[in-house]
Every structure is written in structure tokens, then in C-alpha cells.
Design a protein. Sequence first.
Length: 320
Amino acid sequence: MPVSQSRYISLLSHDTPAIPSPSPTLKKPSFKCTSQVKLGDRFPSHDSFPVTFPSHDISPSGTVQLLDNLTTSSGGSLTAGTLDLNDFDLTCFAFSSNNSNTRTIDFGTGEINITGNNTVVWTTSTQTGLTISGTPIVNGTYSGSTGTRTFNTGTATEANSISFNITAGTDIVAVGQAQKNINFTGFSGTLSNTTKTIYGNATFSNTMTVASGTASTTFAATSGTQNLTTNGLTIDLPVAKDGAGTLQLQDNLTMGSTRTFTLTAGTLDLSSGNRTLSCALFSSSNSNTRAIAFGTGQIDVTSNNIGIWNTATATGFSYT
């Protein structure tokens, strides 16, 4: 069945449909679904197809379920309905789900690999209507040096946050605003200064650069322990600990010579490995429950300004 460039294949059945073999005239169709369909080994090559998952103008409640790994050199988008990875991986240049329709990405144990660069390669910046389930992991795999890769997550809640691994590249990466875990192992480029809320662990590569700036990074888990590994980098931006969870340093944290560490709530744990936090100013003046677990670790306050240590409101504050 020849399909012209301006048309698409519409998958209508609750069963796996019989998809015709690609013909010489098949040019970049999008796949839109009106009910639950499954993309498996009977689907033709996806190499250059932009893949559009259930579209709100056809069926807001539609589901696409992968039956094997799906790879496209073009982009993927979720307009409405459910994308069920079914424990398989989706690989695409970029991914977008940026609207207020009811929509779900069910990762299971599958992952989404983003190969693109020099553009917004991930956007879920509009969180309204979006549900994330499973163990959500997105891998940025571009290995070149061109442009800026931007990952926009919007103000995701802790329950809706996604983990990002930036595994390669010497380009510029911008990641904001909320993430679960963020890991830069293998990355040798520059992380731009954007406001971040991290609900899980953060690991920086010793070959990367963290751009300086005034946009803060806040560790905000409401329970459990978050691990921070800086691998010897200087983190020249404001850092805060919020939420009832614990931030545990896995190595020494050295901040820029003008930067403030703010303990708003929860526990700052220096005791595991007896770590040192070096910052210009330390602030923890509020009535929230908060604590510092020193062990034999220490905080070095390096500024010569007045008020370099502020725990003026000590209600709820303790240390060990």
C-alpha cells in the first residue's frame, strides 16, 4: 500500500494489525492510534519515521505498547493517551510531550534514549495531565561537540520526576527544572547554569565543567537519602537542602568563593566518609526540622563577610 508523504498509517484495531511491507514511496509517515495497539516485529523499519503516539484528535484514551525496541532517527511525541514501553527501549532524536492533555508514559523497566543535539531534545515542561510510571530513565547519548542539548522537565513533582543520564558528549547541556537522579558519567562538556530541583542522586563527571551562575540547585527529597558526588569539581552556584530527606556527601563539596549553602529542612550528612563542605556562607535560619550530621566531617566557611554563618532562628535545628 503506497503511502504518500502527506499521509499517515492509522492503527485502528485492538489486535496487532497486519502492516503492509514498506514500498519505495513510503515517506516518513506518523503513527496515530485510536485504540490499544502493539508495535512489534511485524512493524516496518522505523529509521526515518517521526513517531506520533496517541493523538488527542483521534482517541484521547489510546495506548501504544511496544513489543520490541523501537528506534527512529527522527523525533517522538506523545500528544495524548498512553505510551507503554512494556520494558523495551525507545530510541529517537528528540521527544516531546508538552501540552495539558491527559497522557501517560509507562516506562516499566524500559528506557528512552535521546540521540539528538543542538536543540530542545526533551520537553515535558507542561506537567498538567502528565503521569510518569515505572522506573523512568532517559539517556542522552549524543557523543559530539555541536550546540546545546536542552532537557526541559517543567516543575515535576517528586512522584513524577524522571532520571537523566548524560553519557557522552563535549557539547553544552542544559537540564531543568526537576529531575529524579542525574548522572553525568562519561560526559566531558559543560553543564549550563539553570535552576534545578533534584529528588534523587547527583553524580558529576571529573571531566566536565559546571558553569557558574546564580541559579540554584536544590536537593528536595521528602524521605530517604540523596547522594551527591562531585568528583573534585568546584560547584560555583548556590546549593540548598530542602525536604525531610537526607543529603549525604559522597566526597568533599567545594562551592564557589561567593556561594551560599542553605539548609532549609532535612539533614545534611557529612559523617559518611567524614566529608568537608566548603562554602562562602552557610544559612539555616528557620523553624523547620533540620540537622547536620558532622561525624568528624566539617564545614569550612571561606568568606570574610559579616554573617558568614546564620542559624539565628534555631528552632528545629540540631547537630551531631
